[in-house]
Design a protein around this ligand. Structure first.
Ligand code: B12
Ligand code: SF4
Length: 447
Protein backbone atom coordinates (compact mmCIF):
# COMPACT_ATOMS: atom_id res chain seq x y z
CA UNK A 1 0.00 0.00 0.00
CA UNK A 2 1.10 3.59 -0.47
CA UNK A 3 1.11 5.54 2.78
CA UNK A 4 1.53 9.31 2.61
CA UNK A 5 2.40 11.45 5.62
CA UNK A 6 1.09 15.00 5.55
CA UNK A 7 3.36 17.41 7.46
CA UNK A 8 1.37 20.37 8.73
CA UNK A 9 3.48 23.50 9.07
CA UNK A 10 2.41 26.15 11.55
CA UNK A 11 3.66 29.70 12.09
CA UNK A 12 6.75 28.89 10.06
CA UNK A 13 8.35 25.94 8.30
CA UNK A 14 10.70 24.10 10.62
CA UNK A 15 14.06 22.86 9.45
CA UNK A 16 12.81 19.44 10.46
CA UNK A 17 9.52 17.66 9.81
CA UNK A 18 7.88 15.50 12.48
CA UNK A 19 10.13 12.72 13.67
CA UNK A 20 7.39 10.10 14.24
CA UNK A 21 6.82 9.46 10.49
CA UNK A 22 10.57 8.91 10.06
CA UNK A 23 10.32 5.92 12.39
CA UNK A 24 6.98 4.73 11.02
CA UNK A 25 7.97 5.09 7.38
CA UNK A 26 11.10 2.99 7.92
CA UNK A 27 9.02 0.19 9.46
CA UNK A 28 6.44 0.33 6.67
CA UNK A 29 9.11 0.24 3.97
CA UNK A 30 10.80 -2.73 5.60
CA UNK A 31 7.45 -4.52 5.29
CA UNK A 32 7.33 -3.69 1.57
CA UNK A 33 5.04 -0.66 1.55
CA UNK A 34 5.56 2.56 -0.34
CA UNK A 35 5.88 5.74 1.74
CA UNK A 36 5.99 9.43 0.82
CA UNK A 37 5.87 12.84 2.48
CA UNK A 38 3.75 15.83 1.48
CA UNK A 39 4.58 19.05 3.26
CA UNK A 40 1.90 21.70 3.74
CA UNK A 41 3.95 24.90 3.78
CA UNK A 42 2.47 27.94 5.42
CA UNK A 43 1.77 29.79 2.22
CA UNK A 44 -0.06 26.85 0.62
CA UNK A 45 -3.82 27.18 0.40
CA UNK A 46 -6.03 24.30 1.47
CA UNK A 47 -6.78 23.57 -2.20
CA UNK A 48 -3.08 23.38 -3.03
CA UNK A 49 -2.50 20.92 -0.20
CA UNK A 50 -5.46 18.83 -1.31
CA UNK A 51 -4.05 18.78 -4.86
CA UNK A 52 -0.60 17.76 -3.60
CA UNK A 53 -2.10 14.89 -1.60
CA UNK A 54 -4.30 13.81 -4.51
CA UNK A 55 -1.26 13.74 -6.81
CA UNK A 56 0.33 11.13 -4.56
CA UNK A 57 -2.79 8.91 -4.67
CA UNK A 58 -2.37 7.55 -1.14
CA UNK A 59 -3.95 4.33 0.05
CA UNK A 60 -3.73 5.82 3.55
CA UNK A 61 -2.94 9.32 4.76
CA UNK A 62 -1.14 9.81 8.09
CA UNK A 63 -0.79 13.03 10.08
CA UNK A 64 1.59 13.49 13.00
CA UNK A 65 0.17 16.23 15.19
CA UNK A 66 1.41 18.28 18.09
CA UNK A 67 -1.20 20.50 19.72
CA UNK A 68 0.06 23.44 17.72
CA UNK A 69 -0.49 21.54 14.47
CA UNK A 70 -3.94 20.32 15.41
CA UNK A 71 -6.16 23.20 14.24
CA UNK A 72 -4.62 23.50 10.79
CA UNK A 73 -4.45 19.71 10.50
CA UNK A 74 -8.16 19.52 11.28
CA UNK A 75 -8.97 22.13 8.66
CA UNK A 76 -6.89 20.41 6.00
CA UNK A 77 -8.46 17.01 6.63
CA UNK A 78 -11.92 18.57 6.39
CA UNK A 79 -10.86 20.08 3.04
CA UNK A 80 -9.64 16.68 1.83
CA UNK A 81 -13.03 15.23 2.64
CA UNK A 82 -14.80 17.85 0.54
CA UNK A 83 -12.75 17.21 -2.59
CA UNK A 84 -13.85 14.37 -4.91
CA UNK A 85 -10.18 13.45 -5.56
CA UNK A 86 -9.46 12.73 -1.90
CA UNK A 87 -12.86 12.17 -0.32
CA UNK A 88 -12.27 8.43 0.07
CA UNK A 89 -8.68 8.51 1.28
CA UNK A 90 -8.64 6.98 4.77
CA UNK A 91 -6.98 9.18 7.39
CA UNK A 92 -5.13 8.34 10.60
CA UNK A 93 -3.59 10.80 13.06
CA UNK A 94 -0.95 10.08 15.69
CA UNK A 95 1.49 11.98 17.89
CA UNK A 96 1.08 13.99 21.07
CA UNK A 97 -2.25 15.67 20.38
CA UNK A 98 -4.24 12.65 19.15
CA UNK A 99 -2.74 10.55 21.95
CA UNK A 100 -3.94 12.89 24.68
CA UNK A 101 -7.08 14.33 23.05
CA UNK A 102 -8.29 11.33 21.03
CA UNK A 103 -12.00 12.01 21.45
CA UNK A 104 -11.60 15.54 20.09
CA UNK A 105 -9.76 14.25 17.01
CA UNK A 106 -12.17 11.40 16.32
CA UNK A 107 -15.13 13.77 16.62
CA UNK A 108 -13.71 15.94 13.82
CA UNK A 109 -14.59 15.59 10.19
CA UNK A 110 -12.56 13.06 8.26
CA UNK A 111 -10.42 11.31 10.88
CA UNK A 112 -10.96 7.55 10.66
CA UNK A 113 -8.54 6.41 13.36
CA UNK A 114 -6.19 7.84 15.94
CA UNK A 115 -3.04 6.14 17.17
CA UNK A 116 -2.53 6.27 20.94
CA UNK A 117 1.16 6.25 21.89
CA UNK A 118 3.81 4.44 19.86
CA UNK A 119 2.83 3.76 16.29
CA UNK A 120 5.31 1.34 14.74
CA UNK A 121 3.49 -1.97 15.30
CA UNK A 122 0.05 -0.36 15.34
CA UNK A 123 0.30 1.35 11.96
CA UNK A 124 1.75 -1.73 10.33
CA UNK A 125 -1.14 -3.81 11.70
CA UNK A 126 -3.63 -1.25 10.42
CA UNK A 127 -2.12 -1.23 6.93
CA UNK A 128 -2.05 -5.05 6.88
CA UNK A 129 -5.71 -5.19 7.94
CA UNK A 130 -6.71 -2.62 5.32
CA UNK A 131 -4.94 -4.52 2.57
CA UNK A 132 -6.56 -7.78 3.64
CA UNK A 133 -9.99 -6.15 3.92
CA UNK A 134 -10.14 -7.11 7.60
CA UNK A 135 -11.84 -5.15 10.40
CA UNK A 136 -9.80 -2.38 11.97
CA UNK A 137 -11.63 -1.96 15.26
CA UNK A 138 -9.55 -4.36 17.36
CA UNK A 139 -6.00 -3.23 16.75
CA UNK A 140 -4.09 -2.36 19.91
CA UNK A 141 -3.25 1.40 20.11
CA UNK A 142 -5.59 2.18 17.20
CA UNK A 143 -8.91 3.81 18.08
CA UNK A 144 -11.43 3.66 15.29
CA UNK A 145 -14.02 6.38 14.81
CA UNK A 146 -17.45 5.32 16.07
CA UNK A 147 -16.10 2.78 18.57
CA UNK A 148 -16.91 3.87 22.11
CA UNK A 149 -14.27 2.01 24.10
CA UNK A 150 -10.55 2.76 24.08
CA UNK A 151 -8.43 0.13 22.37
CA UNK A 152 -5.95 -1.90 24.43
CA UNK A 153 -2.42 -0.53 24.67
CA UNK A 154 0.40 -2.64 23.25
CA UNK A 155 3.70 -2.78 25.16
CA UNK A 156 6.38 -0.31 24.09
CA UNK A 157 8.80 -1.45 21.37
CA UNK A 158 11.58 -3.32 23.15
CA UNK A 159 14.47 -3.43 22.44
CA UNK A 160 14.55 -0.25 20.38
CA UNK A 161 17.35 -1.48 18.13
CA UNK A 162 14.93 -3.86 16.44
CA UNK A 163 13.63 -0.76 14.66
CA UNK A 164 15.16 0.16 11.30
CA UNK A 165 17.12 3.42 11.06
CA UNK A 166 15.05 6.55 10.44
CA UNK A 167 13.67 7.14 6.94
CA UNK A 168 15.51 10.44 6.61
CA UNK A 169 13.83 11.56 3.42
CA UNK A 170 10.66 11.91 5.53
CA UNK A 171 12.36 14.30 7.97
CA UNK A 172 13.16 16.84 5.28
CA UNK A 173 16.51 17.63 6.96
CA UNK A 174 18.93 20.22 5.69
CA UNK A 175 21.83 18.42 4.03
CA UNK A 176 24.53 17.27 6.41
CA UNK A 177 22.74 18.24 9.64
CA UNK A 178 21.11 15.13 11.02
CA UNK A 179 18.76 14.55 13.94
CA UNK A 180 18.98 11.53 16.18
CA UNK A 181 16.62 10.10 18.77
CA UNK A 182 18.46 7.58 20.95
CA UNK A 183 15.96 7.25 23.80
CA UNK A 184 12.25 7.23 24.49
CA UNK A 185 10.69 8.45 27.68
CA UNK A 186 11.91 10.62 30.50
CA UNK A 187 11.81 9.60 34.18
CA UNK A 188 11.30 13.10 35.57
CA UNK A 189 7.86 14.28 36.69
CA UNK A 190 7.72 17.87 35.32
CA UNK A 191 4.08 18.92 35.55
CA UNK A 192 4.11 21.06 32.37
CA UNK A 193 5.69 18.51 30.07
CA UNK A 194 3.80 16.70 27.35
CA UNK A 195 6.67 14.38 26.44
CA UNK A 196 6.66 13.00 29.96
CA UNK A 197 3.01 11.94 29.59
CA UNK A 198 3.95 8.93 27.46
CA UNK A 199 5.55 7.44 30.58
CA UNK A 200 2.27 7.83 32.45
CA UNK A 201 0.26 6.39 29.58
CA UNK A 202 2.35 3.23 29.65
CA UNK A 203 2.54 3.08 33.47
CA UNK A 204 -1.24 2.66 33.44
CA UNK A 205 -0.86 -0.58 31.47
CA UNK A 206 2.15 -1.77 33.45
CA UNK A 207 4.71 -1.10 30.70
CA UNK A 208 8.01 0.75 31.04
CA UNK A 209 8.28 3.50 28.46
CA UNK A 210 11.88 4.57 29.24
CA UNK A 211 14.28 2.83 26.85
CA UNK A 212 17.49 3.62 25.03
CA UNK A 213 19.27 2.24 21.99
CA UNK A 214 22.72 0.77 22.58
CA UNK A 215 25.53 3.23 21.83
CA UNK A 216 26.81 0.87 19.12
CA UNK A 217 23.48 1.01 17.28
CA UNK A 218 23.43 4.82 17.38
CA UNK A 219 27.03 5.10 16.22
CA UNK A 220 26.45 2.59 13.45
CA UNK A 221 23.55 4.67 12.05
CA UNK A 222 25.77 7.76 12.06
CA UNK A 223 28.68 5.89 10.49
CA UNK A 224 26.38 4.90 7.64
CA UNK A 225 25.48 8.53 7.05
CA UNK A 226 29.11 9.60 7.24
CA UNK A 227 30.05 6.94 4.70
CA UNK A 228 27.50 8.45 2.31
CA UNK A 229 29.18 11.83 2.78
CA UNK A 230 26.06 13.24 4.40
CA UNK A 231 27.23 14.28 7.82
CA UNK A 232 28.46 17.59 9.19
CA UNK A 233 26.57 18.06 12.48
CA UNK A 234 24.41 15.88 14.73
CA UNK A 235 21.49 17.22 16.79
CA UNK A 236 20.44 14.78 19.50
CA UNK A 237 16.71 15.26 20.13
CA UNK A 238 16.59 13.19 23.31
CA UNK A 239 14.81 14.89 26.17
CA UNK A 240 17.72 14.28 28.55
CA UNK A 241 20.79 12.94 26.79
CA UNK A 242 22.89 12.81 29.99
CA UNK A 243 20.53 10.66 31.97
CA UNK A 244 22.61 7.48 32.32
CA UNK A 245 26.30 8.20 32.73
CA UNK A 246 27.70 4.76 31.75
CA UNK A 247 25.84 5.14 28.41
CA UNK A 248 27.20 8.65 27.92
CA UNK A 249 30.77 7.59 28.76
CA UNK A 250 30.60 4.69 26.28
CA UNK A 251 29.24 7.14 23.70
CA UNK A 252 32.19 9.47 24.37
CA UNK A 253 34.59 6.56 23.77
CA UNK A 254 33.12 5.47 20.44
CA UNK A 255 31.81 8.65 18.86
CA UNK A 256 34.99 10.67 18.17
CA UNK A 257 36.76 7.98 16.13
CA UNK A 258 33.72 6.51 14.42
CA UNK A 259 31.64 9.62 13.77
CA UNK A 260 33.69 12.67 14.71
CA UNK A 261 31.47 15.62 13.78
CA UNK A 262 30.26 18.25 16.30
CA UNK A 263 26.99 17.62 18.06
CA UNK A 264 24.42 19.27 20.31
CA UNK A 265 22.17 17.85 23.00
CA UNK A 266 19.55 18.63 25.67
CA UNK A 267 20.33 18.05 29.35
CA UNK A 268 19.05 18.79 32.82
CA UNK A 269 21.46 20.37 35.23
CA UNK A 270 20.64 17.60 37.71
CA UNK A 271 22.05 14.99 35.31
CA UNK A 272 25.48 16.41 34.48
CA UNK A 273 28.74 16.57 36.39
CA UNK A 274 31.86 18.61 35.74
CA UNK A 275 33.95 15.63 34.52
CA UNK A 276 31.11 14.42 32.29
CA UNK A 277 30.93 17.82 30.58
CA UNK A 278 34.67 17.67 29.85
CA UNK A 279 34.26 14.17 28.42
CA UNK A 280 31.42 15.35 26.23
CA UNK A 281 33.46 18.28 24.98
CA UNK A 282 36.38 16.02 24.15
CA UNK A 283 33.95 13.84 22.19
CA UNK A 284 32.84 16.81 20.07
CA UNK A 285 29.95 18.33 22.03
CA UNK A 286 29.44 21.83 20.66
CA UNK A 287 26.28 22.96 22.42
CA UNK A 288 24.02 22.00 25.31
CA UNK A 289 20.49 23.25 25.93
CA UNK A 290 19.28 23.28 29.52
CA UNK A 291 15.77 23.94 30.80
CA UNK A 292 15.88 26.58 33.53
CA UNK A 293 12.17 27.37 33.28
CA UNK A 294 11.81 29.71 36.28
CA UNK A 295 13.97 32.05 38.33
CA UNK A 296 11.97 31.16 41.40
CA UNK A 297 12.94 28.06 43.33
CA UNK A 298 9.43 27.95 44.81
CA UNK A 299 7.79 27.88 41.38
CA UNK A 300 10.12 25.13 40.23
CA UNK A 301 9.66 23.08 43.39
CA UNK A 302 5.95 23.54 44.07
CA UNK A 303 4.41 24.11 40.66
CA UNK A 304 6.76 22.36 38.23
CA UNK A 305 8.00 19.51 40.47
CA UNK A 306 11.61 20.44 39.72
CA UNK A 307 13.31 20.87 43.09
CA UNK A 308 16.61 22.28 41.88
CA UNK A 309 18.35 25.35 43.28
CA UNK A 310 19.40 28.47 41.38
CA UNK A 311 22.93 27.81 42.61
CA UNK A 312 22.97 24.52 40.71
CA UNK A 313 22.31 26.44 37.47
CA UNK A 314 25.13 28.88 38.25
CA UNK A 315 27.54 26.00 38.92
CA UNK A 316 26.59 23.85 35.95
CA UNK A 317 26.59 26.81 33.57
CA UNK A 318 30.08 27.74 34.75
CA UNK A 319 31.32 24.15 34.29
CA UNK A 320 29.76 24.02 30.83
CA UNK A 321 31.45 27.25 29.77
CA UNK A 322 34.77 26.19 31.26
CA UNK A 323 34.53 22.92 29.33
CA UNK A 324 34.25 25.02 26.15
CA UNK A 325 30.67 24.11 25.32
CA UNK A 326 28.21 26.76 24.09
CA UNK A 327 25.13 26.81 26.19
CA UNK A 328 21.56 27.85 25.73
CA UNK A 329 18.65 27.80 28.12
CA UNK A 330 14.87 27.78 28.07
CA UNK A 331 12.58 29.82 30.30
CA UNK A 332 8.86 29.62 30.89
CA UNK A 333 6.51 32.45 31.88
CA UNK A 334 3.02 32.62 33.33
CA UNK A 335 2.40 29.37 35.18
CA UNK A 336 -0.69 28.94 37.32
CA UNK A 337 0.21 29.97 40.88
CA UNK A 338 3.20 32.09 39.83
CA UNK A 339 3.31 35.67 41.17
CA UNK A 340 4.35 38.87 39.44
CA UNK A 341 7.50 39.06 41.57
CA UNK A 342 8.43 35.49 40.66
CA UNK A 343 8.00 36.25 36.97
CA UNK A 344 10.45 39.09 37.42
CA UNK A 345 12.94 36.72 39.09
CA UNK A 346 12.95 34.61 35.91
CA UNK A 347 14.08 37.59 33.84
CA UNK A 348 16.71 38.43 36.45
CA UNK A 349 18.09 34.92 36.45
CA UNK A 350 18.22 34.89 32.64
CA UNK A 351 20.23 38.10 32.76
CA UNK A 352 22.56 36.78 35.42
CA UNK A 353 23.25 33.44 33.73
CA UNK A 354 24.62 35.15 30.60
CA UNK A 355 23.88 32.31 28.20
CA UNK A 356 24.85 32.39 24.52
CA UNK A 357 21.20 32.32 23.54
CA UNK A 358 17.92 31.45 25.14
CA UNK A 359 14.33 30.56 24.38
CA UNK A 360 11.42 32.01 26.36
CA UNK A 361 7.95 30.62 26.22
CA UNK A 362 4.66 31.73 27.66
CA UNK A 363 3.20 28.69 29.36
CA UNK A 364 0.59 26.74 27.39
CA UNK A 365 -1.22 23.86 29.11
CA UNK A 366 -0.76 20.79 26.89
CA UNK A 367 -3.48 18.12 27.06
CA UNK A 368 -2.57 15.18 29.25
CA UNK A 369 -0.22 17.12 31.55
CA UNK A 370 -0.74 17.67 35.27
CA UNK A 371 -0.87 21.45 34.77
CA UNK A 372 -3.49 21.07 32.05
CA UNK A 373 -5.70 19.21 34.54
CA UNK A 374 -5.07 21.84 37.20
CA UNK A 375 -5.95 24.70 34.83
CA UNK A 376 -9.11 22.92 33.71
CA UNK A 377 -10.23 22.04 37.24
CA UNK A 378 -9.53 25.52 38.61
CA UNK A 379 -11.39 27.23 35.75
CA UNK A 380 -8.28 28.95 34.33
CA UNK A 381 -8.97 27.74 30.77
CA UNK A 382 -11.28 29.93 28.67
CA UNK A 383 -14.39 28.13 27.46
CA UNK A 384 -13.25 28.34 23.84
CA UNK A 385 -9.69 27.11 24.43
CA UNK A 386 -9.97 24.14 22.01
CA UNK A 387 -10.50 26.65 19.21
CA UNK A 388 -7.58 28.87 20.16
CA UNK A 389 -4.21 28.25 18.53
CA UNK A 390 -1.53 26.83 20.83
CA UNK A 391 1.36 29.24 20.95
CA UNK A 392 3.98 30.42 23.38
CA UNK A 393 3.75 34.18 22.87
CA UNK A 394 0.63 35.09 24.87
CA UNK A 395 -1.18 33.32 27.67
CA UNK A 396 -4.58 31.78 27.01
CA UNK A 397 -5.19 31.41 30.76
CA UNK A 398 -7.29 33.53 33.09
CA UNK A 399 -5.13 33.43 36.20
CA UNK A 400 -6.00 35.00 39.55
CA UNK A 401 -3.20 37.31 40.66
CA UNK A 402 -1.35 37.35 37.37
CA UNK A 403 -2.69 39.27 34.41
CA UNK A 404 -1.85 38.74 30.77
CA UNK A 405 -0.31 42.22 30.79
CA UNK A 406 2.07 41.15 33.59
CA UNK A 407 3.16 38.15 31.54
CA UNK A 408 3.45 40.19 28.34
CA UNK A 409 5.64 42.78 30.10
CA UNK A 410 8.17 40.14 31.16
CA UNK A 411 7.98 38.48 27.73
CA UNK A 412 8.88 41.84 26.20
CA UNK A 413 11.68 42.12 28.76
CA UNK A 414 13.08 38.83 27.44
CA UNK A 415 12.83 40.06 23.84
CA UNK A 416 14.73 43.23 24.79
CA UNK A 417 17.35 41.24 26.69
CA UNK A 418 17.91 38.97 23.71
CA UNK A 419 18.27 41.95 21.38
CA UNK A 420 20.86 43.50 23.71
CA UNK A 421 22.71 40.20 23.94
CA UNK A 422 22.86 39.72 20.18
CA UNK A 423 23.99 43.30 19.63
CA UNK A 424 26.72 43.12 22.27
CA UNK A 425 27.95 39.60 21.63
CA UNK A 426 27.43 38.96 17.95
CA UNK A 427 27.02 42.46 16.51
CA UNK A 428 23.64 41.38 15.16
CA UNK A 429 20.61 43.70 15.22
CA UNK A 430 17.51 41.53 15.77
CA UNK A 431 14.20 42.98 14.57
CA UNK A 432 12.02 44.33 17.36
CA UNK A 433 9.38 41.67 16.92
CA UNK A 434 11.82 38.80 16.47
CA UNK A 435 10.14 35.78 17.96
CA UNK A 436 11.80 33.63 20.59
CA UNK A 437 13.82 30.82 19.12
CA UNK A 438 12.29 27.43 19.71
CA UNK A 439 13.77 24.48 21.49
CA UNK A 440 15.51 22.35 18.87
CA UNK A 441 16.62 25.28 16.79
CA UNK A 442 18.25 27.45 19.43
CA UNK A 443 21.49 29.04 18.36
CA UNK A 444 20.91 28.47 14.66
CA UNK A 445 21.11 32.23 14.27
CA UNK A 446 24.54 32.43 15.81
CA UNK A 447 25.89 29.44 13.89
C1 B12 B 1 12.02 16.96 17.62
C2 B12 B 1 10.97 17.85 18.22
C3 B12 B 1 10.49 18.88 17.45
C4 B12 B 1 10.80 19.01 15.97
C5 B12 B 1 9.95 17.96 15.22
C6 B12 B 1 8.51 17.85 15.77
C7 B12 B 1 7.99 16.43 15.97
N1 B12 B 1 6.70 16.33 16.25
O1 B12 B 1 8.67 15.45 15.84
C8 B12 B 1 10.43 20.49 15.65
C9 B12 B 1 11.66 21.36 15.64
C10 B12 B 1 9.69 20.73 14.34
C11 B12 B 1 9.58 20.82 16.86
C12 B12 B 1 8.86 21.98 16.94
C13 B12 B 1 7.98 22.24 17.97
N2 B12 B 1 7.82 21.56 19.09
CO1 B12 B 1 8.75 19.97 19.48
N3 B12 B 1 9.63 18.39 20.08
C14 B12 B 1 10.50 17.63 19.54
C15 B12 B 1 10.92 16.56 20.55
C16 B12 B 1 12.13 17.10 21.32
C17 B12 B 1 11.26 15.20 20.04
C18 B12 B 1 10.22 14.53 19.14
C19 B12 B 1 10.69 13.17 18.83
O2 B12 B 1 11.81 12.95 18.47
N4 B12 B 1 9.89 12.18 18.99
C20 B12 B 1 10.27 10.82 18.79
C21 B12 B 1 9.12 10.07 18.20
C22 B12 B 1 9.50 8.60 18.12
O3 B12 B 1 8.00 10.20 19.06
P1 B12 B 1 6.64 10.81 18.55
O4 B12 B 1 6.86 12.01 17.75
O5 B12 B 1 5.72 10.91 19.69
O6 B12 B 1 6.10 9.65 17.56
C23 B12 B 1 5.60 8.38 17.96
C24 B12 B 1 4.11 8.36 18.32
O7 B12 B 1 3.61 9.58 18.79
C25 B12 B 1 3.42 7.90 17.08
N5 B12 B 1 3.11 8.87 16.02
C26 B12 B 1 3.61 10.09 15.80
N6 B12 B 1 3.11 10.60 14.69
C27 B12 B 1 2.29 9.70 14.15
C28 B12 B 1 1.53 9.72 12.99
C29 B12 B 1 0.75 8.61 12.67
C30 B12 B 1 -0.04 8.61 11.43
C31 B12 B 1 0.72 7.47 13.54
C32 B12 B 1 -0.10 6.29 13.21
C33 B12 B 1 1.48 7.48 14.72
C34 B12 B 1 2.27 8.57 15.01
O8 B12 B 1 4.36 6.98 16.54
C35 B12 B 1 5.69 7.52 16.71
C36 B12 B 1 6.67 6.39 16.82
O9 B12 B 1 6.35 5.53 17.88
C37 B12 B 1 9.62 16.51 21.44
C38 B12 B 1 9.82 15.95 22.81
C39 B12 B 1 9.41 14.48 22.80
N7 B12 B 1 10.08 13.70 23.59
O10 B12 B 1 8.51 14.05 22.11
C40 B12 B 1 9.16 17.96 21.38
C41 B12 B 1 7.68 18.24 21.44
C42 B12 B 1 6.96 17.29 20.51
N8 B12 B 1 7.58 19.63 20.88
C43 B12 B 1 6.74 20.33 21.47
C44 B12 B 1 6.48 21.68 21.12
C45 B12 B 1 5.59 22.46 22.07
C46 B12 B 1 7.04 22.22 19.97
C47 B12 B 1 6.86 23.64 19.44
C48 B12 B 1 5.55 24.31 19.72
C49 B12 B 1 8.06 24.52 19.82
C50 B12 B 1 8.22 24.85 21.24
N9 B12 B 1 7.79 26.01 21.62
O11 B12 B 1 8.73 24.08 22.02
C51 B12 B 1 7.07 23.42 17.93
C52 B12 B 1 5.74 23.10 17.23
C53 B12 B 1 5.82 21.99 16.23
C54 B12 B 1 5.03 22.27 15.00
N10 B12 B 1 5.39 21.63 13.91
O12 B12 B 1 4.13 23.06 14.95
C55 B12 B 1 5.99 19.59 22.56
C56 B12 B 1 4.61 19.16 22.04
C57 B12 B 1 3.53 19.28 23.07
C58 B12 B 1 2.19 19.05 22.45
N11 B12 B 1 1.30 18.34 23.11
O13 B12 B 1 1.90 19.55 21.39
C59 B12 B 1 7.00 18.42 22.84
C60 B12 B 1 6.37 17.15 23.37
C61 B12 B 1 8.01 19.00 23.87
C62 B12 B 1 7.47 19.07 25.28
N12 B12 B 1 8.14 18.49 26.22
O14 B12 B 1 6.46 19.64 25.58
N13 B12 B 1 9.67 19.92 17.83
S1 SF4 C 1 13.08 16.65 32.10
FE1 SF4 C 1 12.34 17.54 30.16
S2 SF4 C 1 11.41 15.82 29.06
FE2 SF4 C 1 11.69 15.16 31.18
S3 SF4 C 1 9.71 15.55 32.16
FE3 SF4 C 1 10.99 17.36 32.50
S4 SF4 C 1 10.59 18.76 30.79
FE4 SF4 C 1 9.79 16.73 30.23
Amino acid sequence: MKIVFLEVDTERSWALASVGPGFLGAVLRRAGHEVALVRAPLDASDDEVVAAVAAQAPGLLGLSLTTRQWLRGRRLVAALRRDPATVHVPVIAGGLHPTFSPEEVLASDGFDWVCLGEGEGALLDLVTALEAGQPTDRIANIWKRGISVRPPTRPPVEPLEQLPFLARDLLDEARGVVHMATQRGCPFPCTYCAARMYNELYEQVGGEYGRRRPVEDVVSELQGLRAKGDLSYVIFLDDTFTIHHPWVRRFCELYPAQVGVPFSLHARVETVSEPLLHQLRAAGCDQVTYGVESGSERVRREIMKRPVTNQRFRDVFRWTREAGIRLTANFMLGLPGETKAELQQTLQLAEELEVADFGYFVFYPYPGTALFRLCRDQGYLPADYPERPANHRASILQLPGLSNEDIAAVYDGFTALRRRLFRARYGVELPEDSPATEHVELLAATG
